[in-house]
Design a protein around this ligand. Structure first.
Ligand code: GDG
Length: 476
């Protein structure tokens, strides 16, 4: 099956362009999906895989600059109308689906026009897929931006082989049912156009199966949903990371010098966290927990620092820039309350880190404090584990992340319970080196064994199997 061409669809292409002083340069993105797709063994296919995504550059920039892009893939940008993109991306995707699927119904800002823009964007991307699709291709659609796309493609090409992977949680039907009926049925039926639907965890998979049964009255057998005249296979595929990249970075010279610098600047214990700016990541609750901790454990004052990095994201949306202000006020308040003339508890940065800096922080810290209120998986937790060649450091992890299912040797906490988080932070800071090493070794084995390559290959093989299954049924 590996000689079938792959067509990937994701909201963004794995690069963008930056124009300064009339010179355009390429900015490759280093996201997990890029690594995953590049690690697939596509060598048997004689044709280059295609990657379709929405452009964040103009058609004329693309025409002038496409020669800068590497030729691993044939890239196909979709140029959406500006208003459609706004209603689709900021609107339906990030102000309806994102908060709802992360259990923030109070943040949902539903408008019918957003749904209309979402439909238009999915339709525009479908047109591009159809332009390129050949009968032997395998289509792999990614994430909540394109829940409707599998069925749109299916209507045009009934025999197509289509896989879908959801990178965020799939919520309980109690959340999904808050959407207008026509909207939720449209989304569920959209997904059921696929042959294979992948989720990070079994919980998300069960929620999906319950939703199709409760809303559409469809039955399923061994996680295969019977829809129209087809079986739709649903399965959990917990995404992994490029373990070698993170593990080997520990000894990279620029990482070593950044780490030495950090340790010199902060001789006490270092607590570290890094997240995109997002209410789902629980930064405010983390700060509450730190405050409770400093209150109940004054002996740590002057002996630790919390390095809090927040990476800019979606700041055109009100709930996001409001969150930035809230975080900055809380940091100021806590520092004002506990700082002395020679010490501040929180070092805060609102910026993206270069890779060596990120690794230096992962490997210099004593505790990685990763406490989202909800997270489909959370790759930061896995990256922290992978980098620790020294097998030291403690992972303090929210039980509401997908990663918690695999990383049972972390200190698991309820991120909403500031007293539990504060207690466990103390446990983490006091943990003997032997126990750190034992826990780290177990988690490293897991993260190394089920890495991103394994994830992508498992998905691809399962998708290929659905195609073979269809063939057999035809022969009968
Ligand atoms: C979505 C789901 C799911 C972050 N800051 C910097 C930086 N990063 C990199 C990390 C990591 C990635 O960004 C973040 O991944 P997460 O998984 O933690 O979170 P989301 O962005 O919300 O991702 C999530 C994921 O999709 C995959 O399916 O796990 O649940 O929400 O790779 O390293 N990288 C650099 N500088 C930074 O400042 N270089």
């Amino acid at each position: 099956m590996k000689n079938n061409r792959l067509i990937i669809i994701s909201y963004r292409l794995p690069f963008s362009f930056k124009t300064e002083n009339k010179t355009t340069t390429l900015k490759p993105s280093a996201g997990g999906l890029v690594t995953a797709v590049k690690s697939l063994d596509l060598s048997a296919s004689s044709q280059k895989p295609i990657w379709i995504g929405c452009a964040d550059f103009t058609q004329s920039v693309w025409e002038k600059s496409k020669h800068l892009v590497n030729d691993d893939f044939e890239y196909v940008p979709v140029f959406l109308d500006k208003a459609v993109n706004k209603g689709f991306y900021n609107g339906f995707s990030n102000s309806v689906l994102w908060p709802l699927f992360h259990y923030f119904p109070g943040f949902v800002d539903y408008h019918d026009e957003y749904l209309t823009a979402y439909q238009a964007a999915n339709q525009a991307v479908c047109e591009k897929v159809i332009e390129h699709l050949k009968p032997t291709d395998m289509v792999w659609v990614h994430d909540y931006h394109f829940l409707a796309l599998p069925q749109l493609i299916r209507e045009r090409e009934p025999e197509a082989t289509i896989g879908f992977f959801l990178h965020i949680p799939f919520p309980s039907n109690e959340l999904l049912r808050l959407l207008p009926r026509r909207c939720r049925d449209y989304l569920l039926e959209g997904l059921l156009g696929a042959d294979l639907i992948g989720f990070h965890t079994n919980d998300y998979l069960i929620h999906f199966l319950q939703s199709v049964s409760l809303n559409l009255g469809l039955s399923h057998n061994l996680a295969k949903v019977l829809y129209q005249d087809r079986g739709v296979q649903c399965q959990a595929f917990p995404i992994g990371i490029n373990y070698g990249l993170y593990h080997d970075a520990y000894a990279q010279p620029d990482v070593v010098s950044e780490r030495d610098e950090l340790k010199k600047s902060y001789p006490g214990k270092i607590i570290f966290s890094v997240d995109r700016l997002d209410y789902t990541k629980g930064v405010m609750q983390r700060l509450d927990a730190l405050e409770a901790f400093l209150q109940s454990h004054p002996e740590w004052k002057g002996n630790l620092v919390f390095i809090l990095v927040v990476v800019p994201s979606r700041d055109e949306i009100q709930t996001y820039w409001e969150r930035k202000q809230m975080i900055e006020q809380a940091v100021g308040r806590i520092n004002g309350k506990f700082a002395t003339l020679t010490w501040v508890p929180i070092v805060y940065r609102y910026a993206s880190l270069a890779f060596p800096q990120l690794i230096a922080l992962y490997t210099a810290c004593d505790v990685a404090m990763i406490t989202p209120l909800r997270d489909g998986m959370n790759l930061v937790a896995k990256e922290f584990i992978a980098t620790r060649q020294d097998q030291q450091g403690v992972l303090l992890l929210s039980e509401l992340t997908g990663a918690a299912n695999e990383l049972g040797d972390a200190l698991l906490v309820n991120p909403l319970d500031e007293y539990e988080v504060a207690d466990q932070l103390n446990v983490a800071l006091m943990m003997p080196p032997e126990e750190q090493q034992r826990r780290m070794a177990v988690m490293q084995r897991r993260v190394e064994q089920y890495d991103v390559k394994q994830w992508a290959n498992d998905f691809f093989d399962a998708l290929a199997a659905t195609r073979q299954g269809k063939r057999k049924n035809h022969v009968r």
